[in-house]
Design a protein around this ligand. Structure first.
Ligand SMILES: C[S@@+](CC[C@H](N)C(=O)[O-])C[C@H]1O[C@@H](n2cnc3c(N)ncnc32)[C@H](O)[C@@H]1O
Length: 276
């Protein structure tokens, strides 16, 4: 069994608060570039409104926030689940009114943002959370909001980080976002050259994006059958099921009643779907 399968189905050591805090306590932060990633710096340089509400989830040492502050941005929020790191950030940015530092789980966070910056957060999450990530990003963005940053375009033998590909990201974010950019990043930091994609996606606010808990699927064949059935509904644009089959993301042109979704899968009694 490879690492990805391990952590998508039954992970022995969950990637929770204890895991991440232990990495900071042990100073085992091999992901930390020690500087802002140049493609993200270039993206930030294109932002005109210094009062844009900006979120950096899974912020780590947040060189991005440091740079944003340096060039005059006034409304930055960073969130991370690791207390050791967050205490250090609270000291580092003490009394700076332009940045809010939050200790918490990104998936529980509430707010509204114009820009969300992705830097080695998506790849730190177990892959079964990818559909939830898309749903949460869509909810946190204001109309016209942008999510931008870097995603790996490779796989890894030992995870985290969990890799991915352009094809996978297109299927995952399709229809919930407009793809403004999704390309091999130019000017990546040296260790990541040619292995990451720069992306800039704009929220599609003309669609419904919902995440449902799903019960009863145990194999990829059934997952494909169920997804194909949902996809036949007239206004459904995209259906994406999590790798542990516990959640399904549905993007549609109109609101779809949960009753209708349950009806479609009623051929198998054990299948249950509930809106999250
Ligand atoms: C690989 S590190 C990247 C840190 C930083 N973005 C960087 O590039 O240096 C992943 C970060 O996500 C944080 N994290 C993991 N799961 C999280 C969650 N559910 N909510 C908020 N932060 C989380 C970890 O504590 C860690 O700081």
């Amino acid at each position: 069994m490879n690492n990805e399968q391990c952590c998508t189905i039954t992970c022995e050591s969950p990637l929770d608060q204890n895991y991440w805090d232990a990495q900071y306590k042990a100073r085992a932060t091999g992901w930390d570039l020690g500087q802002i990633a140049p493609p993200i710096q270039n993206f930030i340089n294109t932002l005109e409104n210094k009062n844009s509400r900006i979120l950096i989830p899974g912020c780590g040492n947040t060189y991005e926030a440091e740079y944003l502050l340096e060039i005059g941005f006034t409304n930055i929020t960073v969130i991370d689940i690791a207390p050791t790191l967050v205490t250090m950030l609270q000291q580092k940015f003490a009394n700076n009114p332009n940045i809010a530092i939050i200790l918490g789980d990104f998936f529980e966070h509430q707010g509204e943002y114009d820009v969300i910056i992705e830097q080695t957060f998506f790849c730190a999450l177990p892959p079964f959370l990818r559909q939830k990530y898309v749903w949460k990003m869509h909810r946190l963005l204001a109309n016209e909001g942008i999510i931008a940053g870097l995603l790996f375009n490779r796989t890894f033998e030992i995870s985290p980080p969990f890799g991915g590909s352009q094809k996978e990201y297109k299927l995952l974010f399709k229809d919930a976002f407009y793809f403004l950019k999704l390309e091999i990043a130019a000017h990546s930091a040296e260790p990541r050259q040619n292995s990451e994609l720069f992306f800039e996606f704009k929220k599609n606010n003309t669609v419904q994006v919902h995440l449902y808990a799903f019960e009863g699927i145990t194999c990829s064949g059934c997952m494909e059958t169920v997804s194909a059935k949902f996809a036949t509904l007239p206004t459904v644009l995209n259906v994406s099921m999590s790798s542990d089959y516990s959640e399904v993301l549905i993007v549609s042109e109109t609101e779809i009643q949960q009753k209708k979704l349950q009806e479609i899968i009623s051929y198998e009694q054990k299948y249950k779907i509930h809106l999250l």
